[in-house]
Ligand binder design. Structure first.
Ligand code: UT7
Length: 330
């Protein structure tokens, strides 16, 4: 899918729960060590939501953070809420509708389930709604509380994930800014490598679905390294650009080894890579947004910078995009 859209992100906020869980804390629960986790993943700590804190609460906090950063006018005229999550508060209603109600928005609201790249899928949908004229201003959220669905006895998954949320406004931007390409991909053959049951107990091929997240880490690792670099190249080519023109590579924060392998195969210098996996672990649909916000806050990302966003996850699925950053004053 190629689109030269004058639609982009004009505001961004994030949230992580206050509870910090270190590798040492997890080593009290399962047979693991800080050394193993740091060496294999680059993760040192992550944030876990409180028992009574769910995706909707985190989404609302991320939206409040966006208001604090950009001003209260930021929500004026929002006519659609799209919320990406793999951990919705409920199957019905959509978590997006809970957010809509909290802020009393005169807007439609729906959820997107597309695992870790969910927020990027949501951004692509938001951009398409705005481009088509069906919506003017879309509150586009990624919120995941993976800690709620992890198997606390499985060291292979427990150490990887954290909770968090990001909230963005997607709307028209001046010509030349905004999303320059979107690449969306899925390969359902890989469903067996990363999944969790909901209503059914098996996949169509009879593979069992488990009560909590289960993953074949090695298979996902190989897929991730391959797709992070291929999807990056594709998004850059669709934007009619060269890799060297990308100011910052903002990848899904799953594992620093995956990020670094992709960086190396793309021959990108380390200082162009935004990574904070060390402090948050894999926050699923929120991870690209949280990384991007951090690079905005520390002054790395500036008006006019071309960013490459890329994510992957269960499905197996992936998404990438080139976004020219636009600073808007509300
Ligand atoms: O959004 C997408 C989410 N998923 C991912 O991004 C996951 C991608 N995969 C990975 O990041 C890596 O495959 C892992 C970090 C999950 C595992 O790293 P690895 O280098 O691929 O290790 P491995 O699975 O090959 O396991 C090596 C050993 C095994 O022991 P044996 O069989 O060699 O005796 C594991 O049982 O490490 C063991 N192991 C652990 N040891 C200590 C697995 N998890 C742990 C642990 N602590 N937490």
């Amino acid at each position: 899918m190629t689109q030269a859209l004058s639609v982009g992100i004009t505001a961004l906020g994030t949230y992580v729960p206050s509870k910090v869980v270190t590798n040492h804390d997890l080593a009290q629960l399962v047979e693991t060590s800080d050394e193993w986790i740091v060496t294999r993943t680059g993760i040192r700590e992550r944030h876990f939501s409180a028992e009574d804190e769910f995706a909707s609460h985190m989404a609302i906090h991320a939206t409040e953070n966006m208001i604090a950063k950009h001003g209260s006018a930021v929500l004026d005229g929002v006519d659609l809420v799209i919320l990406a999550t793999s951990t919705p508060d409920a199957l019905l209603p959509a978590t997006a509708a809970i957010v809509q109600n909290h802020f009393k928005l005169k807007a439609g609201a729906f959820d997107v389930i597309a695992a870790c790249p969910g927020w990027m899928y949501a951004l692509s949908a938001a951009a398409a709604y705005v481009k088509s004229g069906m919506a003017k201003k879309v509150l586009t959220i990624g919120s995941d509380a993976l800690s709620k669905i992890l198997n606390w006895e499985d060291r292979g998954t427990l150490v990887l994930f954290g909770d968090g949320a990001c909230a963005a406004i997607v709307e028209a931007v001046p010509e030349g800014y905004g999303f320059k390409s979107f690449v969306l991909g899925a390969d359902g053959e890989g469903a067996k490598h990363l999944n969790m049951r909901c209503i059914n107990t098996t996949l169509p091929d009879g593979s069992p679905l488990t009560e909590k997240v289960s993953m074949n880490g090695r298979e996902v690792f190989k897929f991730a390294v391959r797709v992070m670099s291929s999807a990056t190249r594709e998004a850059v080519a669709q934007a009619g650009m060269r890799l060297e023109e990308i100011a910052y590579f903002v990848p899904h924060q799953a594992n620093f080894r995956i990020i670094d392998a992709a960086r190396s195969s793309l021959e990108l210098p380390l200082d162009k890579v935004v990574s904070n996996v060390e402090r948050y672990g894999n926050t699923s649909a929120a991870s690209v947004g949280i990384a991007m916000r951090e690079a905005l806050d520390d002054g790395r990302i500036k008006d006019g910078d071309d960013l490459l966003l890329v994510s992957f996850g269960a499905g197996l699925s992936w998404a990438s995009s080139v976004l020219r950053w636009h600073v808007k004053t509300f």
